[in-house]
Design a protein around this ligand. Structure first.
Ligand SMILES: CC(C)(COP(=O)(O)OP(=O)(O)OC[C@H]1O[C@@H](n2cnc3c(N)ncnc32)[C@H](O)[C@@H]1OP(=O)(O)O)[C@@H](O)C(=O)NCCC(=O)NCCS
Length: 203
């Protein structure tokens, strides 16, 4: 895209936090989430396909310091990290991340990480679905991408259950943690999200 054609970045309108779903609450991460988030970010099985290795408490603290230094999304390229709590409990069981695309502010990327204690209950699906709603309906993004390693089958399955489309597979595209990583790119458009929300048509 030519610089003259670059759309102007308008700051995404944040919903009123916490955002509630049937079983969950989503709200920006806080420093007091440190222990709860470190409990799963420190596990090798959780970080296997994340960009970082198992976190020490100091690693998680540094991550949360940088996440909490920004309030919402102000500049394209920033990540918004939303902590996920199960209704009735103040403990973060996972995070959903939304990245505002630096090159085109009408687009974003989604990421997610959950405590294994809540895997297999549809908690991640419920939270990531709400994050897609925020991205498309509150932020007004045109397109959201998700990227995962081909071996991260739970991540791929989650994005497929949400209705995201696998658009590309790049073989051995990244040297990652001592091995080549094949990357799967998933995408969804705002109009596809709205159609899913509207349900099957009667025609
Ligand atoms: C990726 C990740 C979030 C997926 O978590 P998950 O728990 O498998 O995802 P979901 O919340 O969609 O749960 C799906 C499972 O819950 C089951 N389930 C139970 N109750 C359910 C309900 N009410 N609604 C939906 N699904 C339900 C589903 O049948 C499914 O079971 P299955 O795994 O046996 O097929 C998790 O594996 C994770 O945190 N991984 C580590 C971090 C990571 O790799 N992040 C992605 C980087 S790209």
């Amino acid at each position: 895209m030519l610089p003259s054609e670059m759309p102007k970045a308008s700051t995404p309108v944040q919903p009123k936090y916490p955002v509630h779903t049937a079983r969950l609450r989503l709200r920006p991460v806080r420093m007091r989430d440190l222990k709860a988030i470190n409990a799963y970010r420190s596990l090798p099985e959780v970080t296997r396909y994340l960009p970082h290795g198992p976190h020490t408490m100091a690693d998680t603290e540094a991550t949360l310091r940088s996440m909490t230094a920004q309030t919402g999304l102000q500049v394209p390229g920033q990540w918004l990290d939303l902590a996920v709590e199960v209704e009735g409990s103040p403990t973060a069981v996972g995070e959903v991340l939304l990245k505002w695309n630096a090159g085109d502010p009408r687009q974003g990327e989604i990421g997610f990480v959950f405590n294994p204690e809540v895997h297999g209950q549809g908690i991640a699906q419920e939270a990531v679905s709400e994050a897609l709603r925020i991205a498309f309906e509150d932020f007004g993004w045109h397109r959201v991408e998700g990227i995962c390693d081909e071996r991260n089958v739970r991540s791929a399955a989650l994005m497929e259950r949400l209705g995201m489309r696998r658009e590309a597979t790049f073989k051995d595209a990244d040297w990652f943690k001592g091995d080549w990583s094949t990357l799967c790119y998933y995408g969804m458009l705002r109009r596809e999200w709205m159609a899913l929300r509207a349900g099957p048509s009667n025609s």
